[in-house]
Design a protein around this ligand. Structure first.
Ligand code: SF4
Ligand code: SF4
Length: 691
């Protein structure tokens, strides 16, 4: 708003009037303070009422110590924000706002009790004033950089093309300007206090002290005006954020509602392994539907997720589907679901006893089916999200509805379900062929040696896929060279159920997991090894829900151990230019980034060059979430994008630790006619083994 000369005179008159009548000043201040407190409390109550409509989730209560730690690390430590350099700007704004808010209370109180100060806090008081003063400048700089990024630089995370509601930029701008003005008025106010000798500790406020030199003459009226402006920016901030969200849901909700909801969301965040999916209680006869197709089918914590999205787009900028023009943006997914929740909340608000549904179903009405099936469940979004929103569980819940209630899924998936059900492998190959790869290798079977200490869980790819069968054979060679006693399940081995689970057929997945646990628990092995990242995730993180508790090793960890202990000796001199592709189910799902790199660093001749997206920001190969089994028509191929990144490193080999990555990357190489080869780290070690 442009202030005209007349409005400035009016404001000055108002400030003068208020200062002359301190009782009016106090009343005005308390009225606005009361209003903002009322609006905030009302927003909280409305939020609580909406969340009460959500389905229960016992996993999100209890373990309060661990939950408090989540808040310490992710709210006060801003751990996830600091994954990117831009996070430091947020850190400064976060702490700047806290310091200024605390110090502002003193300034406000001093308007009524001129001698009041927080001096009784001793040295802490000095720190408060000093921190607030310096951080105010930092916040203003961070805000300028933020606006520059939003309007000039325009990184991909700020794009809103798939979100129904527009206006995130406008919203962010309003708030950034309000915060900036609050800081500016705060410093001006302190500088005026210093100039008029009413500041309790001028030496602590270095910047304001310097600014105070510019004031000469009577600055009484100016001081009053700045006092009101400083106070008003807080109220505008609070009324804008909390008054336009839950209470008036038709309005676009301010993304800054997260200053309230994000900390609560983080406190009630997921404490279970990241790679584990939630359960459906198939014994519960009251369950009428499986999965989610209406906003009211969501659990309360999933609804809270929707309220907490800041629209920052950190999820979007790493999403392999979005980056390849496929119809999925995790940011838009959450924002669009939030719009639906807010509209539903309006129905509930107008008719509190109602369980009314929106006429528009969630799937197709809000989330197109192509969006659901574009996801690779790579978890890049969830790991990136600074407020711990989980996207994959919502996508899988909707896939569950599609698979189990509607039998509506991309062609190619039915054969996977049939294959798992009938032949216990997703390729639907004869189950009798499962251990043909082991012919002539003289391998023990668990059923004949139930007390063998180590079980080699081969997995479907390791049993049926040509390249993966070679990796199985190479792992056998390594274990034998190390003198390890191990056995395989042979024909008894079954699919873990992972592809069915990620494609929403929870019923079939539970069937597989239950049968597997029954089989595995009938033997006495102490450890399990697998070279498949998906099998690893299932055995380590998902089978415990079904009574299967095992010490599970992915081959990279096991081999790193063998190399470290000297149980295997390798020729370290052979040269190799390699880049390493982090499998999502090993990296992001299980935080295993060190072991593969430790293995490669063991070889002096190996030159490892990282791709531009690596470790927890690695681009998925495009095959997760069952996508290795069906085609995605829209957009460009994720596997080709990944191969392109690998080629840019000038490497001869892409090192991998998952057979699905091998399939996808080899497919990409073939289609692009690229001059690079895919090798599992197991193969690299086996080819350098010294007998
Ligand atoms: S899991 Fe991966 S593919 Fe799916 S929405 Fe998240 S980032 Fe995108
Ligand atoms: S879901 Fe998380 S990462 Fe994505 S836009 Fe929302 S807050 Fe940002």
């Amino acid at each position: 708003m442009i202030l005209t000369q007349r409005s400035i005179i009016l404001l000055a008159f108002f400030a003068q009037f208020m200062s002359d009548f301190s009782i009016l000043k106090a009343s005005g201040f308390l009225l606005l303070l009361g209003l903002s407190i009322y609006i905030t409390m009302d927003a909280l109550i409305q939020l609580y009422k909406v969340l009460k409509k959500g389905k229960p989730n016992p996993e999100r209560v209890g373990d309060w110590g661990a939950r408090s730690k989540l808040v310490l690390v992710n709210v006060f430590g801003q751990k996830k924000m600091l994954r990117n350099p831009a996070g430091y700007g947020h850190l400064i704004i976060f702490y700047g706002f806290i310091f200024v808010t605390v110090v502002s209370q003193e300034v406000f109180i001093r308007a009524f009790f001129p001698d009041f100060s927080f001096k009784f806090l001793g040295p802490v008081y000095y720190g408060l004033l000093f921190g607030e003063d310096i951080l105010s400048i930092g916040v203003i700089i961070a805000i300028i950089i933020g606006l520059w990024r939003r309007y000039i630089q325009k990184p991909i995370r700020f794009k809103d093309d798939l979100a129904h509601s527009k206006g995130l930029n406008r919203d962010a701008t309003i708030i950034l300007i309000a915060v900036g003005l609050h800081m500016i008025f705060g410093m001006l106010l302190e500088s005026i206090e210093i100039a008029t000798n009413t500041h309790p500790l001028p030496e602590a406020a270095i910047v304001s002290n310097a600014l105070s030199k510019m004031w000469t003459g009577d600055v009484h009226v100016l001081g009053e005006f700045v006092w009101w402006a400083h106070a008003a920016t807080v109220w505008v901030f609070m009324i804008y954020i909390f008054g336009t969200n839950v209470r008036v849901p038709k309005n676009y909700p301010s993304k800054h509602f997260h200053i309230l909801s994000a900390a609560i969301n983080i406190f009630f965040g997921n404490l279970k392994p990241k790679g584990r999916l939630s359960l459906i209680d198939f014994e519960d006869e009251s369950l009428e539907i499986y999965g989610v197709n209406d906003i009211k089918d969501l659990k309360w914590d999933q609804m809270l997720d929707l309220y907490s999205c800041t629209g920052c787009g950190r999820c979007q900028e790493l999403c392999p589907a979005y980056l390849n023009d496929q119809p999925l943006s995790p940011k838009a997914l959450i924002l669009n679901m939030r719009d639906q929740l807010l509209e539903t909340a309006t129905i509930w608000k107008n008719d509190p006893g109602s369980d009314a549904e929106m006429e528009r179903p969630l799937i197709t009405g809000v989330v197109p089916t192509e969006t659901l099936w574009s996801c690779t469940t790579c978890l890049a979004c969830t790991v990136a999200c600074p407020v711990m929103i989980e996207h994959v569980d919502k996508i899988v819940d909707m896939r569950r509805y599609q698979s189990m209630m509607e039998a509506d899924f991309p062609s190619g998936i039915q054969n996977v379900f049939d294959g798992i059900e009938v032949n216990s492998n997703p390729w639907n190959l004869p189950k009798s062929d499962r251990d043909i790869w082991a012919d002539g290798l003289d391998l023990k079977r668990m059923k004949d040696h139930p007390d063998t200490e180590l079980l080699f869980y081969v997995g479907c790819a390791g049993s049926f896929d040509e390249h993966a069968k070679k990796v199985s054979t190479d792992l056998v060679k390594i274990l034998k060279t190390a003198g390890i006693d191990f056995a395989i399940l042979g024909k008894e081995e079954k699919c873990t159920g992972d592809p069915a689970r990620r494609m929403g057929n929870e019923y079939l997945a539970v069937e597989m997991m239950s049968q597997n646990v029954e089989l595995l628990n009938s033997y006495n092995f102490k450890e399990v090894i697998t070279f498949c990242a998906h099998c690893y995730n299932n055995l380590a993180n998902e089978l415990p829900d079904f009574g299967g508790h095992y010490r599970v090793y992915h081959a990279v960890d096991y081999m790193a151990k063998l190399l470290d202990s000297g149980k295997i000796k390798v020729d370290t001199s052979k040269p190799l230019n390699i880049t390493y592709h982090d499998a999502c189910y090993l990296g992001r799902h299980n935080d295993k980034y060190k072991a593969p790199r430790a293995i490669l660093s063991h070889f002096k001749g190996v030159n490892l060059v990282e791709m531009e997206m690596n470790k927890d920001k690695a681009l998925c190969c495009g095959g997760g979430g069952g996508r290795v089994f069906y085609e995605q028509e829209a957009g460009t191929d994720i596997n080709k994008a990944r191969v392109e990144m690998a080629v840019k490193t000038d490497s001869d080999v892409i090192g991998v630790s998952c057979p699905y990555c091998t399939v996808m990357l080899e497919d990409g190489i073939k289609n692009m006619n690229a001059d690079i080869e895919v090798l599992d780290l197991v193969e690299i070690i086996a080819s350098r083994l010294l007998e």
